[in-house]
Ligand binder design. Structure first.
Ligand SMILES: Nc1ncnc2c1ncn2[C@@H]1O[C@H](COP(=O)(O)OP(=O)(O)OP(=O)(O)O)[C@@H](O)[C@H]1O
Ligand SMILES: [Mg+2]
Length: 431
């Protein structure tokens, strides 16, 4: 038989736990769980029990080297259930920095302690960290690319995929240059095709020209002579294409200057020129060193001069090392797909990016198309997934958005044409 004393002890422990829960303002956990009548998901059970129990926290902080009886303990201020898990806000101890929490060893130790697969750490404001306990990847399911209505393309917000906030991932194409990097099979092709799909109606309307260099000659042949204004795969062809683009850019720049035009707007007369190169480094397999360097020099000119006059460069590559793409800092948007090594994440997103949440090297190879996006002017990274573009989709995109081909059929009225009439004025030939 259970002793009444034990019941009282049990009851007071439950009351204490509940009080602690409220005291810590764990509104999300309490309210949403109550609302849904489901309670805290089972995968978050250990974490919920720890963040609501000061005794367990007092054991955890010293075990992780984040607090001690002498220095004091960090303070859990709120915990909220999210679609992916639980968000715990913590007030750091004086002297601690984001780095004290976001380094790999601490994140892994936190994940092990809370018994969750992943903990992401960010700092929303000085003195505070967010521990984002993830038990579910919200981007695990592919998002198929969809057709767009033939109007309303915003060249500064082209729909490319989905975000973890269930939003549309949009990319600025005009007034911007985009670098896409990731291991083989990481989904660079789907990012490029998603961009093309998003630009489609504007290509069809003649407001955007796509100049495509595909040294691997693998993925873009379907649009040759139709969707692309220029399509090149040989070293000479790509270099000539870049040279022509640089000359046209110089000419456009001079014309704008003479006319006092300060801001470029696309028109059928002056379409936005989007120069796309898929895997520039592949060129080195069959081009001379001089050709590779000349191509990089021309790309550098487009990158430094193009933005303001309607030239956007999009480069996709597998290996983001300096030798392959020395102009990385000239790309205003950098998209890091899956990498094998953390140092490749840093090559795309810069030193310290890992600690600010860019973890391309942790993207599983089972989810191609997932990327961390960095943008000039923002320290944060967005985790996104490009639309999935199948082979059928690429054909649909080419068919739907290729500009009307020039009509080369005869224009004069030949209805009275007589094939037997050789033009002899005396009339038809006598038999
Ligand atoms: N966004 C996505 N959603 C779902 N599956 C995708 C996505 N992107 C790519 N995939 C799948 O992953 C495979 C590899 O993708 P993709 O060809 O785009 O990679 P890549 O980075 O261009 O590779 P490589 O460097 O070899 O050219 C594709 O065949 C496709 O099935
Ligand atoms: Mg590819």
């Amino acid at each position: 038989m259970i002793s009444p004393d034990l019941l009282i002890v049990g009851g007071s422990a439950a009351v204490t736990a509940f009080t602690m829960w409220r005291w810590r303002r764990l509104d999300g956990v309490v309210d949403r769980a109550a609302e849904q009548g489901t309670g805290v998901p089972v995968e978050l059970g250990p974490a919920a029990s720890i963040v609501t129990d000061s005794a367990q926290l007092a054991l955890m902080w010293p075990a992780l080297g984040l607090g001690s009886p002498q220095t004091g303990y960090p303070n859990v201020t709120t915990a909220t259930l999210t679609d992916a898990g639980m968000l715990v806000e913590v007030q750091m101890l004086g002297g601690q920095s984001l780095q004290s929490w976001a380094n790999d060893a601490t994140r892994e130790a936190l994940a092990a302690y809370f018994a969750v697969p992943e903990v992401r750490v960010t700092s929303p404001s000085p003195g505070f960290v967010h521990l984002d306990l993830r038990v579910k990847d919200l981007l695990a399911d592919p998002a198929p690319v969809t057709g767009l209505l033939a109007y309303g393309v915003d060249l500064e917000a082209v729909p490319i995929g989905v975000t973890e906030e269930h939003d549309v991932w949009r990319l600025r194409v005009m007034y911007s240059h985009i670098l896409i990097a990731g291991a083989t099979g990481s989904g660079k092709g789907s990012v490029l095709w998603s961009i093309i799909n998003g630009l489609g109606p504007a290509i069809k309307a003649g407001l955007v020209d796509i100049l495509l260099g595909d040294p691997k000659c693998m993925e873009f042949g379907a649009g040759e002579g139709r969707l692309w204004t220029d399509f090149q795969w040989t070293a000479d062809g790509i270099i000539t294409m870049l040279k022509t683009a640089v000359d046209a850019l110089e000419e456009r720049k001079a014309r704008f200057k003479a006319a006092g035009i300060r801001k470029y707007t696309p028109s059928a007369e002056e379409p936005l020129q989007v120069v796309i190169i898929d895997e520039y480094a592949a060129l080195s397999a069959f081009a001379s060193k001089e050709q590779v360097n000349e191509g990089l020099r021309l790309l550098g000119l487009l990158l430094t001069q193009g933005r303001a006059v309607g030239y956007s460069v999009i480069v996709a590559l597998q290996d983001p090392s300096k030798e392959n793409m020395p102009n990385r800092q000239l790309f205003s948007t950098r998209i890091g797909l899956r990498f094998d090594e953390p140092r490749q994440t840093s090559m795309v997103h810069g030193d310290g990016a890992k600690d600010r949440g860019a973890r391309c090297h942790e993207i599983p190879d089972t989810t191609p198309g997932i990327a961390y996006v960095g943008q000039d002017g923002s320290k944060d990274f967005q985790r996104v997934r490009a639309y999935w573009v199948s082979d059928e989709d690429t054909h649909r995109i080419v068919d739907a958005y290729s500009p009307a081909q020039p009509d080369l059929s005869p224009k004069a009225d030949y209805s009275g044409f007589d094939p037997d009439d050789l033009g002899d004025e005396s009339g038809p030939l006598a038999a």
